[in-house]
Design a protein around this ligand. Sequence first.
Ligand code: SME
Length: 156
Amino acid sequence: MSYIEVEYPKDKAAFYALLREQLALYLADETDRTARLANASAVIAQAFPDANWVGFYLVDGDTLAVGPFQGKPAVSRIGFGKGVCGTAWAQRRAQVVEEVSCFAGHIACDCNTHSEIVIPLWDGERIWGVLDMDSVLPGHFTDADRVGLEEAVRLL
Ligand code: SME
């Protein structure tokens, strides 16, 4: 399937409706987890041009291991409760960080990053990974993004 450029609307409801549509398109008929997450990271990165890192960390025993992503090379393992990702896993809820330098224990992968959002991926009551997104813009991710992304990642 060749990628057709889409223009994401500013309106959040319309934006997330299109994001879910795009994800569904690229996830359709694909059962391999790596293939699904690789295209999901690419679809989400296209929707967030001001994100400098978009990807997944996946639960592997008592750590998160980096999964498919778009961006610069990143830390490969994050402990339970460590960094923003490990905090989302331990607290079992999304994290929206306006300024990463103010988040105690933040794990820096790119010194240009200012804001970050981490969304847990659920299988029933179990978290199997997180979606992690960084931006060079302070306060780039909002609570409306948390809501929109929590709904979008259910497709994964
Ligand atoms: N900042 C994350 C680490 C992963 S990178 O952002 C890609 C954290 O504190 O968990």
